[in-house]
Design a protein around this ligand. Structure first.
Ligand code: BG6
Length: 497
């Protein structure tokens, strides 16, 4: 029989990411009939567990978005029967070779493709890649490895990591995941821009005054302080998730290619455009960054902790849990347009948005209706990545009535109201792409280098000069410094709508 099989091994199967995201995403793909006919899923971790125990653990996490649908429990049982567990050390070729034997039994002599998802801490990364990719654990079809950030902590360590990975894998086998690229509204960015005449021509410095990319969480590092303190918000969110959004937003128009069979070419061209835009950016300067750290705050009888109350965080930690930054792209399209980013934990709300503020209408007849606050009269396009996905365009409109009063209103595309289909989780799309060998939404090594080049100098400076983060109360809007930074570039932060 020459049909092929796919074995998916989740390395780090008892970790948080595996439980919350990877297994539920695999089940959702199974439910939607998106997994290949012959597939097997293995959980791999150090602790001892039986297949039944793994199934039990996984079944508890499958309270995913589809658990209320028809046949769900039946499908879940079928899915769980195809999940197995193998206990092993992450750095043991012998343990991976034992896994290989088990996989071979499932594969039954078919062409065997193997996908490893490494959901493990950075310090054991390279060893695990070595073992997972060794001949002892690869099949006779393709072998691909999905790796999760952190991909190093600066340009140098990232280069070392890339070099080490390339000892064991070719670039084609490495799938560096940035789950923000799998989010529906991030995927839609290109469509919004390139398939709409009313947007594409406006996507330049001539019409756009500034672009804001905002990420906000209303909880702290809860339980993740140990990881987080080593990285901080700039490395955790900005250098990857927000910068990827920026690159997709600001890239030049890719040459269009129509034929289906050159999908790979298209993928390459798109990535080249994204890397190009990153390379035309100025490295972030210290004066263009504001950092903050949350402090304890009591509200409604509840006391919320300081970042440094986390037991795994040193009391004198200077790690930022908030950062705002102004970035610039030195090319003809974006010359002088500030791209402002803001990311923070323990803020007053939760969400991720892209806000595009357009310029004033030259000689606007109605300026006087807005008094001195002309900013209130500019158009703004808001792309709400999450929660409650939406796109809206703020336009000026006459308030109905006999007088002439204007206000700014929303033309609103609210996904929940417009589409009945549920939005897949980012991990579903990305896992499916990895299985299909589609690399479009994964980070290439040259892209990673370009991303680190932008942030490494400022990260070093912040750390060498021991810059003290501005404190902000848990649950607040973040440090006021962020407003001064924006004001310097004549920008007012939009508030998550
Ligand atoms: C992760 C970060 O990459 O993204 C976390 O490490 C953050 O700190 C998370 O909470 C946010 O992802 P999402 O999809 O919940 O917005």
């Amino acid at each position: 029989e020459n049909e092929s099989t796919v074995s998916i091994t989740v390395v780090g199967a008892s970790g948080d990411l595996a439980k919350k995201k990877i297994f539920p995403a695999l089940f959702a793909l199974y439910y939607e009939d998106c997994l290949p006919k012959h597939f097997t899923i293995y959980g791999y971790a150090r602790s001892k567990m039986t297949d039944a125990e793994l199934r039990n653990m996984v079944s508890k996490t499958l309270t995913c978005r589809i658990d209320k649908r028809e046949n769900c429990s039946e499908k879940m049982d079928q899915f769980l029967k195809r999940c197995f567990y193998h206990s092993g050390q992450y750095d043991s070729e012998e343990n991976f070779a034992q896994l290989d034997k088990k996989l071979k039994r499932h594969e039954g002599g078919r062409v065997s493709n193997r996908l490893f998802y490494l959901s493990i801490p950075p310090n054991i990364f390279v060893e695990a890649v070595k073992c997972a990719s060794s001949s002892a654990s690869s099949g006779n079809g393709w072998t691909r490895v999905i790796v999760e950030k952190p991909f190093g902590r600066d340009s140098e360590s990232s280069a070392v990591l890339t070099k080490s990975l390339k000892q064991y894998l070719t670039e084609d086998q490495i799938f560096r995941i940035d789950h923000y690229l799998g989010k529906e509204l991030v995927e839609n960015l290109s469509v919004l821009r390139f398939a709409n005449l009313i947007f594409e021509p406006l996507w330049t410095r001539q019409y756009i005054r500034n672009v804001q990319i905002i990420f906000s969480e209303d909880f702290g590092t809860e339980g993740r302080g140990g990881y987080f303190d080593n990285y901080g918000i700039i490395r955790d969110i900005m250098q990857n998730h927000l910068l990827q959004i920026l690159a997709l937003f600001a890239m030049e128009t890719p040459v269009s290619l129509d034929a289906e069979d050159i999908r790979n070419e298209k993928t390459k061209l798109l990535s080249v455009c994204q890397v190009k835009v990153l390379r035309s950016m100025r490295p972030l300067r210290l004066e263009d960054v504001v950092i903050g750290q949350y402090k304890s705050h009591s509200k409604g009888g509840v006391t919320y902790p300081s970042y440094t109350d986390d037991k795994t965080v040193p009391k004198d930690s200077l790690t930022p849990t908030f950062a705002a930054a102004a970035l610039f792209i030195d090319n003809a399209r974006w010359d002088g347009v500030p791209f402002l980013m803001k990311a923070g934990k323990a803020l007053h709300n939760k969400g991720a948005e892209i806000r595009v503020q357009f310029r004033h209408v030259p000689g606007n007849l109605y300026n006087r209706n807005f008094g001195t606050d002309l900013d209130r009269a500019t158009n703004e396009l808001v792309i709400r990545v999450q929660p409650d996905e939406a796109i809206f365009l703020k336009i000026n409109n006459k308030v109905p009535g006999l007088g002439m009063r204007l206000d700014r209103s929303n033309l609103n595309l609210h996904y929940a109201a417009r589409y009945s289909k549920e939005i897949p989780d980012a991990y579903e799309r990305l896992l499916l792409d990895a299985i299909e060998g589609e690399r479009r939404l994964f980070i290439r090594s040259d892209e990673l280098d370009a991303a680190w080049a932008l942030f490494t100098p400022v990260l070093k400076e912040l750390e060498e000069k021991k810059i003290i983060p501005e404190s902000y109360p848990y649950g607040s809007r973040g440090p006021v410094g962020a407003h001064y930074l924006a004001a310097r570039y004549n920008v007012r932060w939009g508030d998550l709508d």
